[in-house]
Design a protein around this ligand. Structure first.
Ligand code: ADP
Length: 444
């Protein structure tokens, strides 16, 4: 087994990975920017290396600095977490070239899935249902032709897209030119390529994704689904498993479709297949070739430590269990708590004067925060994940009410009141929501 792992990330995910390493008897190396010298992931790691100034482009995205830190400290492997370099195929390749193991899939798998058009092709050839769509759209006339073929509304998406950027919807021919131009401009500003393509725009879908674990010997299992339909600006806010929209038969079917597709692709490591689900049908959206923010709800119902499995797989271990060994117990829900004004969503970093996390049976809080910690203004505003589980959805929901009430975070504004509002709405309680429900509710 690896003796030392460098964690190329910050915040709660760095801590999450550190925890898995510790329990496996593996030493950890934290890397940090100048702004993060006092962060918890730095304080808990066995060793820490400052890799640059506050700006991510000069620190957490600085490939050379991170690989140098791994070489200097003698780390055997690098775990990229999520965000930052986690889906950067060039980084994965560089890491391997230096004789260090990248904890994740092979660079070519990252590259293929990072290109939405190639990912679509791979999905089609491995039997996944996809949304009706176009190839790359070279100009507006081609875009107009495809929109007619597919039927409005359509969504123009960046081939290299991510983080909800470079996506524009056109409801009719009068809107297509603007949508096309804007998507292309946004893609150019955010990604390496400004190529765009088109998909049918589904109007009331749910976002349902399947967690996969695959070893390097072709053994693949799925760990069930996560319903991530509670979103704002294409960003997930609350996730739950199982999805209130599926029955057992639908659950088994989509799980098996995803599992066998991943087997055909020859993918290894943890990964997630994201689908939109509408009128009883699933449509493949994309595959994330990394750990996801919402992985703890799957861990809560399966008892499987996904980070530990990523590390074992990268080290060449076999899964050691098959699909029939995996059992699903109860229900789990995660709230992403951000340092933001709960009404305007303006970021609200600052000093935490008091911190009291909830506890008790079925409660998990993943966070880097401690009393007296100052949240730097340079990074993502998510500061904590509250995960609750219970023997059924109602039990989990009651626990969520209780824990949100118990949570004390003073000194800054957080989105806790937003979560309390969401989970008190009749539609949320009944589980009847789609990806637009939250924004509509906030507009009411
Ligand atoms: P990204 O990689 O930028 O996150 P995705 O392709 O995963 O982009 O899409 C993000 C979100 O955008 C989805 O969860 C969904 O809310 C919305 N979306 C994407 N494609 C469609 C579509 N064809 N119809 C309706 N909504 C879509």
């Amino acid at each position: 087994m690896f003796e030392k792992i460098l964690i190329a990330n910050r915040g709660e995910v760095a801590l999450r990975i550190h925890r898995a390493c510790r329990e496996m008897g593996i030493k950890t190396v934290a890397v940090h920017s100048e702004a993060d010298a006092n962060a918890m992931h730095v304080r808990l790691a066995d060793e820490a290396v400052c890799i640059g100034p506050a700006r991510s482009s000069e620190s957490y995205l600085n490939k050379t600095a991170i690989i140098s830190a791994a070489i200097i400290t003698g780390a055997d492997a690098i775990h990229p977490g999520f965000g930052f370099l986690s889906e950067n195929a060039d980084f994965a390749e560089m890491v391997e070239e230096h004789g260090i193991t990248f904890i994740g899939p092979k660079p070519e798998q990252i590259r293929m899935m990072g290109d939405k058009l190639k990912a679509r092709e791979a999905a089609i050839s491995s039997g996944l249902p996809v949304i009706p769509g176009s190839p790359a759209l070279e100009n507006i006339d081609i875009a107009k032709d495809w929109a007619k073929k597919i039927g409005y509304p359509v969504i123009i998406k960046a081939k290299a897209g991510g983080g909800g950027k470079g996506m524009k919807v056109a409801f009719s021919e009068t809107e297509i030119e603007t949508a096309y131009t804007m998507a292309r401009a946004e893609a150019k500003a955010s990604f390496t390529s400004d190529e765009v393509y088109m998909e049918k725009y589904l109007q009331k879908p749910r976002h349902i994704e399947i967690q996969i674990l695959a070893d390097t010997y072709g053994n693949v299992v799925h760990l069930g689904e996560r319903d991530c339909s509670i979103q704002r600006k294409n960003q997930k806010v609350i996730e739950e498993t199982p999805s209130p929209a599926l029955n057992q038969q639908q659950r088994n079917e989509i799980g098996e479709i995803a599992r066998s597709a991943v087997e055909k692709i020859g993918y290894s490591s943890a990964g997630t297949l994201e689908f939109l689900y509408e009128n009883g049908k699933f449509y493949f959206l994309e595959m994330n070739t990394r750990l996801q923010v919402e992985h703890p709800i799957t861990e809560a119902v399966t008892g499987i430590d996904i980070v530990r499995e990523q590390i074992r797989i990268a080290n060449g271990a076999k899964l050691g269990y098959s699909q029939s060994d995996i059992t699903f117990n109860g229900c789990a829900i995660e709230c992403r708590i951000n340092a933001e004004d709960p009404v305007t969503f303006a970021p609200n970093p600052g000093k935490i004067t008091e911190w009291h996390a909830p506890g008790g049976l079925g409660v998990r809080v993943d966070s880097e925060i401690y009393s007296g910690y100052s949240i730097p203004p340079f990074y993502d505003s998510m500061i904590a994940k509250l995960i609750v589980s219970g023997k059924n959805r109602n039990a989990a929901l009651m626990r969520l009410h209780r824990t949100l009430e118990e949570f004390v975070i003073d000194g800054i504004k957080t989105t806790i009141p937003l979560h309390q509002k969401i989970i008190s709405q009749p539609e949320y309680i009944d589980g009847v929501y789609d990806i637009h429900w939250l924004e509509d509710m906030l507009d009411r």
